[in-house]
Design a protein around this ligand. Structure first.
Ligand code: ZN
Ligand code: ZN
Length: 339
């Protein structure tokens, strides 16, 4: 079985691995699609927190069930095309007991803390499986990043009609924008890259976009919001500078949700935050409810995630193409690997 291993930052190697054998409470998937995510790019660059090498990356996956412990998951049958929730939780810690399986104390994320999906066959626990619901393999591989956005929007508790500033127009930010719009929010996109903002306007119908490197970002946001400023700010950059800066874009009484992750400390003016009575939250991964919400939105035609795919490669080409996806000049929004 062919596998692609990130042996050290900046280095991929194709290696031959052993095809997994079926074990109790598991299914063997033949991987069909692997979405490439910012986390994978950061892992390759060596800038992802909590990361060790060598590691097989890949957690945005669609695959066909080839073998399954049917007693453990009678709803699923060989031949079904599925995705799965790649966050494996313990089931008994304080977070799991509260239903917050996405931030389990000993969470193991496939492709991050343990080897993931850049393989031909992968064994996954049956509790993580998500029915394909007739979606395409491309759509199924995009459910996970959209669910991260759905979770951030749920954390923010976006209300109809309120202004939602989404900082960062990468794949996660796009998902946040779509789910915020579905929740009824008026979305404003902020990014340093004009091409990405144009994508938001043209493909996602985001009415308001602001270039983050403009000298008057706060003034533009005030003008768009009638002087109020956004009552929800959601970071999807994972950039320390962007995160620290966006505190000043919060309305009084606003919620600020950090979906992105970076390695350093977050710092902000306590008096400015206090005067706003701000709420600061992190948003980690997603839950099954978020996956179900995204699938329903795709089925209703409210999201067409296949429009995010800008680059496609065969599994055998990933090693040669991957470094190029780090260069903003190549305009990658979502690269999709086909098997
Ligand atoms: Zn991801
Ligand atoms: Zn747990």
């Amino acid at each position: 079985m062919k596998t692609l291993v990130c042996t050290t930052p900046g280095q991929f190697d194709y290696q031959s691995g052993i095809k997994p054998e079926l074990t109790p409470n598991h299914a063997i998937l033949r991987i069909r699609r692997i979405g490439i995510c910012g986390t994978d790019l950061h892992a390759f660059e060596g800038t992802q927190p909590f990361f060790t090498y060598p590691r097989i990356l890949g957690h945005e996956l669609a695959g066909e069930i080839v073998e399954i412990d049917e007693a453990a998951a009678p709803d699923f049958k060989p031949g079904e095309v599925v995705t799965f929730i790649p966050y494996f939780n313990c089931g008994h810690c304080v977070a799991c007991r509260a239903g917050k399986t996405n931030c389990c104390v000993s969470l193991q994320v496939s492709g991050i803390h343990m080897d993931g999906g850049m393989v031909e066959y992968l064994s996954v626990p049956t509790y993580s499986l998500v029915h394909g619901n007739g979606l395409s393999v491309d759509e199924l591989a995009l459910i996970e990043p959209l669910s991260i956005g759905a979770h951030g929007v749920r954390r923010a508790n976006v209300q109809p009609g309120e202004w939602v500033l989404v900082v960062g127009a990468g794949p996660i930010g796009l998902g946040v924008m779509e789910l915020a719009r579905i929740a009824g929010g008026n979305v404003i996109a902020l990014d340093i890259n004009e091409a990405r903002l144009a994508f938001c306007r043209n493909k996602l119908n985001v009415r308001h976009t602001v270039l983050a490197i403009a000298p008057d970002v706060a003034e533009q946001l005030a003008a768009i919001t009638g002087g109020d400023m956004p009552t929800v700010v959601i970071d999807a950059t994972g950039s320390q500078r962007a995160i620290n800066k966006a505190f000043q874009y919060m309305a009084h009484g606003a919620r600020y949700v950090l979906v992105g992750l970076q390695k350093g400390d977050v710092s902000f003016s306590h008096p400015d935050f206090h005067k706003r009575e701000g709420t600061l939250m992190s948003s980690r991964n997603a839950t099954r409810a978020d996956f179900d919400h995204v699938i329903a939105a795709i089925k209703r035609g409210e999201i067409d995630p296949a429009t995010y795919i800008t680059h496609r490669v065969a599994f055998g080409q990933v090693r040669d193409e991957f470094a190029g996806w780090l260069d903003p000049a190549n305009g990658v929004i979502k690269a999709m690997v086909e098997l």
